[in-house]
Design a protein around this ligand. Structure first.
Ligand code: TYM
Length: 331
């Protein structure tokens, strides 16, 4: 059976981008057709300036939202990264396979490091090594497929390179995984800045739809989305990024294609109205289930505990094998 692994980082409130680019597919497809693991990757949240209490809160909230989005603990494994030591154990070995040069070429590192420096902060070493930990997350489980949004492609490519290199040097240990992306909404853009990704750690709230935004807030954000000069409602990502983003969001919510919606609308206002309603409808059941789950935190904790036990059992033999293959004495 295909093994699937993916993760989400508790660095901010989860967004419509996270949902359409990743979470929705995990719930609707991946957990039904594969042996799937979904992880709240809390160690990754420590790579930038962080508040410990906030990380704890966001980790719990992310777990609750994953379950609210339809992940079923009977069908898949949901767990927290820091509860399974194998991730950090394997990460060190992979640091001994990766090079400084390839880490510095990672686009997300370059962007985030520049942002931290602009704010006058220092860049944590873990921000540089972060993609290696991500590779460890994936490789520890013999993962075949990694369902992610577009922005993670480079990290999954690095993971493949590290797996191949390790296997060539030390003998076959890791499955070489591949990234999979949704057909539509693999990169949802910020509504106020449609040339930048809608990111949960960004500061510009008005351009980001959060999964827990009230319907009225969603409507306001979508109705105020930046569109483009010109009037035709056509799908053109290069020339009309604002309109293209709305068409993608609408198509993703309704299960269609943005190209098919090109020319259907006569005004930006009408497109925005339908997009806002479609988003509200997609979020409605997730928010309702989230409310129920919040009333039962012991259930969520139980799911995470059972998930980490299962994940540990799955990861340990392969990570132990990697320790032996690379030349470390068995304990
Ligand atoms: P993170 O937490 O930034 O995002 C979680 C998932 O949501 C997708 N995503 C988007 N998709 C479409 N449009 C957007 N605007 C958008 N924003 C986010 C991401 O592509 C991702 O699939 N490094 C990862 C977390 C991670 C991971 C892993 C993922 C750590 N280890 C192992 C897969 C496998 C990250 O920062 O995701």
């Amino acid at each position: 059976m295909t093994r699937v692994f993916s993760g989400i980082k508790p660095t901010g409130h989860l967004t419509l981008g996270n949902y359409l680019g990743a979470m929705r597919r995990w719930a609707e497809m991946d957990q039904h057709r594969s042996e799937a693991l979904f992880c709240i990757v809390d160690l990754h949240a420590l790579t930038v300036d962080h508040d410990p209490a906030r990380v704890r809160r966001l980790s719990r909230q992310a777990a609750t939202l994953l379950l609210a989005s339809g992940l079923d603990p009977e069908r898949c494994t949901v767990f927290v990264q820091s509860h399974v030591d194998e991730h950090a154990r394997l990460s060190y070995l992979l640091e001994c396979v990766a090079t400084d040069g390839e880490m510095r070429r990672m686009v997300q590192y370059k962007e985030k490091a520049a942002r931290e420096q602009q704010r006058g902060g220092s860049v944590r070493l873990s921000l540089l090594t972060y993609p290696v930990l991500m590779a460890a997350d994936i490789l520890a489980y013999g993962t075949d497929e990694v369902p992610v949004g577009d922005d993670q492609t480079q990290h999954v490519e690095l993971t493949r390179d590290l797996a191949v290199r390790f296997n060539q040097r030390y003998g076959h240990t890791f499955v070489v995984p591949k990234a999979t992306h949704p057909k539509v909404a693999a990169r949802v853009m910020n509504l106020q800045e449609p040339t930048s990704k809608m990111g949960k750690s960004d500061d510009s709230g008005p351009g980001i739809v959060y999964l827990l935004d009230e319907p009225e807030v969603v409507r306001k954000k979508v109705m105020r989305a930046v569109t483009d000069s010109g009037r035709d409602v056509v799908y053109d990502r290069q020339e009309r990024p604002g309109v293209a983003n709305l068409l993608e969001i609408l198509a993703a919510c309704e299960g269609g294609n943005p190209e098919d919606l090109s020319g259907v609308y006569e005004s930006y206002g009408a497109l925005k109205k339908d997009t806002a309603e479609a988003v509200v409808e997609v979020l409605r059941p997730v928010q309702a289930r989230h409310r129920e789950l919040c009333a039962d935190p012991a259930y969520v904790e139980g799911v995470l505990r059972a998930g980490s036990e299962k994940a540990r059992e799955m990861a340990r033999p392969r990570v132990d094998a990697a320790y032996r293959a690379i030349g470390l004495l068995p304990s």
